[in-house]
Design a protein around this ligand. Sequence first.
Ligand SMILES: C[S@@+](CC[C@H](N)C(=O)[O-])C[C@H]1O[C@@H](n2cnc3c(N)ncnc32)[C@H](O)[C@@H]1O
Length: 349
Amino acid sequence: MLLQFELVADFVGADDSVVHGLEDLRSGSPRGVTTLPPMHHPSEPSPASTIDATGSGAASGGQADALGEPAGGDVSPSSPVRTVDVYTHGHQPAAVAQHARRTAEDCAAFARDVIRPESQILDVGCGPASITVGLARWASDGHVTGIEPGGDILAAAADTVAGASVANVTIAEASVYELPYGDNAFDVAYAHQVCQHLSDPVTAIREMARVVRPGGWVAVRDSDYSTMQSYPSSEQITRWREVYRTVCRHNGAEPDAGRHLYAWFREAGLPQVQMSGVVQQFWTDETRQNWGCSWAERCLHTAFARQAVEYGCATRDELEWIAAGWRAWADNPDAYFHYVHGQALAQVV
Ligand SMILES: C[S@@+](CC[C@H](N)C(=O)[O-])C[C@H]1O[C@@H](n2cnc3c(N)ncnc32)[C@H](O)[C@@H]1O
């Protein structure tokens, strides 16, 4: 089967323009991604070459540091449009592996009714693309474009697509703040756990709506970190929640995004919002171990851990203590965890 992979901006100047990548991947082409001249699905408009592949402009967000995050976390004051924020989680293996467990069935059920076999779908911030390939199966006669603003996660997404036997997916390098697509290009624009990482989610939602045709849909799902609660209660997990939320806010983002979606959609010019919510739970041996051990790792070996120390939100010793708390929670057969996702669905008029 023919697989389409596309990098709208290629990796020329990758040292500067790849903002979320890992150090060891910055020197060459991303694994599993064929870097081709822009190649577009026939029903998509041509990208409007708005990405700055020189690494000097807004799309790059400036120089990346050793963990691949943009230094200072911001575009330069002279940049007219912000296109990249500091990504709190980072794309290190412990975070990406957790995200790769997600499926369209779990994470896009609230939008299932508006996706038709022929739908043209934009998956904003597709991450490792495990949801993207599920959307592609739903839109079996349509097409899904998964975008990420740069870095090795593009290669991870391409690997997922290659392994999934779906021919109707394009992985492209782009930021939600400046989508390289024309007005009305898609039937559905979807973003899962992305707005919580953005310093300007309203602009992002407005931009998603711009590329959706009248009558199409914008669908966004985000968690609400304040609702993340464990049994038994744990001093370390309580402290983890505090540290995570503080780091996220330091990055200019809203960790409790789920509860903000309704207002953000309205502010973005989408007044007819259908809100729903889902409780995510971890209590089986497998899910409890995975969630607890994954967060133990993430507290030690990801950009989040690095940022927590760098911003003065936690010491390294404290992170070790929090990680031990997560492992103890995961090893308790009585342990349980839950949190709320907010889900917003709105038709573009
Ligand atoms: C928590 S991950 C979610 C990944 C995927 N949607 C999922 O749920 O598995 C958030 C993703 O949003 C991406 N992201 C951050 N800023 C973005 C931007 N300006 N435009 C598009 N994606 C962005 C990050 O790189 C990251 O991969």
